[in-house]
Design a protein around this ligand. Structure first.
Ligand SMILES: C[S@@+](CC[C@H](N)C(=O)[O-])C[C@H]1O[C@@H](n2cnc3c(N)ncnc32)[C@H](O)[C@@H]1O
Length: 341
């Protein structure tokens, strides 16, 4: 089933729809938080029934769901009766490729408010998050455990949808020890150790995050093959690994900050080690690419950016590596392989 921008819109309506983007995002957040996609998993329900199950005001819920039919999230099958549309299943909490946790994160004030500081960000040359909260997003999350949990859940869910393609595209079983720098709650490591049964792992992340990773790895019975270590990658990273993997880390940071993280990996790794960055690689021309949206998110939330192959080549070269090859996956994420220079 193909998804299209509603055809009924003329140019000025398309622009108005763009201007109302935050309302669309908040409407998606509201129905997801109410778990309406889960409630429609088994088939259509009336709006009255949904309102009573979610303790919401029926006529307001109806208007919200009617609008989200235009966005392909729901479909009105009968008068005031809805089923899931083509995008609806992705907002269920229980599917492998679920964006449920993502929708919850996008609705949080700390995620949506920085966009209101975009202009200030452009004029001052700092991220909108920094302009809004006076600190970088990771310092904010470390101080707000509830927000940290929502962020990590969202990253884990996103990772679950990407990692199978990464493991299919690259042979990680060639390594004895893989270190996942900024590994969050350990989802990548879980899947990697499950598919490469002779490999050992280390998950490294901030002290505020690593306890949850420890618990998660232990709950899977993988603790004998995986250490979880807390620290700051601007100071040092665990020594002696064969492969240093970073998924969606370098895009969070400026060139200067990235060089500091990468140089620490270079000092810690074995001479025949490999650096593996799991990132979007932007095309150098001006063709449309999903990565440009992620780049805007980086602009709003961090000092980082999405980069082209030439930019990654330069970054690696300035950190003691040579870009060996870029392995595409079936997703928008590629594996950028660096080797010591
Ligand atoms: C965008 S998330 C990526 C998480 C994970 N790699 C994934 O793709 O799901 C960035 C991660 O970097 C971690 N991080 C941020 N600053 C750090 C620091 N100074 N030292 C170690 N980890 C850090 C965060 O806690 C977070 O888990």
């Amino acid at each position: 089933m193909s998804i299209v921008v509603p055809k009924y819109l003329n140019e000025s309506e398309r622009l108005l729809r763009m201007l109302a983007g935050s309302i669309i995002s908040q409407a998606v957040y509201a129905v997801t938080q109410l778990r309406i996609p889960d409630l429609l998993a088994e088939g259509p329900r009336t709006c009255q029934e949904l309102a009573s199950l979610t303790q919401t005001e029926a006529s307001m819920l109806y208007r919200t769901m009617r609008f989200l039919c235009d966005e392909d999230i729901f479909r009105e099958t009968d008068e005031q009766t809805f089923e899931l549309g083509p995008l609806g299943p992705f907002l269920r909490s229980d599917t492998p490729d679920s964006l449920y946790a993502h929708a919850l994160m996008y609705g949080q004030p700390w995620h949506s408010q920085p966009a209101g500081h975009f202009l200030e960000s452009l004029t001052k040359g700092v991220s909108a998050f920094e302009a809004s909260y006076g600190m970088n997003v990771f310092s904010y999350l470390a101080k707000h455990p509830e927000a940290e949990l929502i962020f990590q859940d969202s990253m884990s869910a996103y990772s679950r949808s990407i990692i199978p393609a990464v493991l299919a595209a690259y042979d990680f079983s060639q390594f004895d020890t893989v270190v996942d720098i900024g590994g969050g709650h350990g989802i990548l490591m879980e899947q990697l150790l499950t598919s490469c049964t002779h490999t050992k792992g280390i998950v490294f992340d901030q002290p505020a995050v690593i306890d949850s990773a420890k618990q998660y790895i232990k709950s899977l019975g993988l603790e004998a093959r995986c250490d979880c270590m807390g620290g700051n990658f601007f100071e040092s990273v665990p020594q002696g690994g064969e492969a240093y993997v970073m998924k969606h880390i370098i895009h969070d940071w400026s060139d200067e900050e990235s060089i500091s993280i990468l140089s620490n990996c270079r000092s810690a790794m074995k001479e025949d080690g490999k650096l593996l960055l799991l990132e979007v690689v932007l095309a150098s021309g001006n063709e449309a690419h999903f990565g440009k949206l992620l780049d805007m998110e980086m602009l709003a939330m961090s000092t980082g950016k999405e980069r082209t192959q030439a930019e990654y080549e330069r970054l690696l070269q300035q950190s003691g590596f040579r870009l060996n090859r870029i392995v595409p996956t079936s997703t928008h994420v590629s594996i950028i392989e660096g080797v010591p220079n």
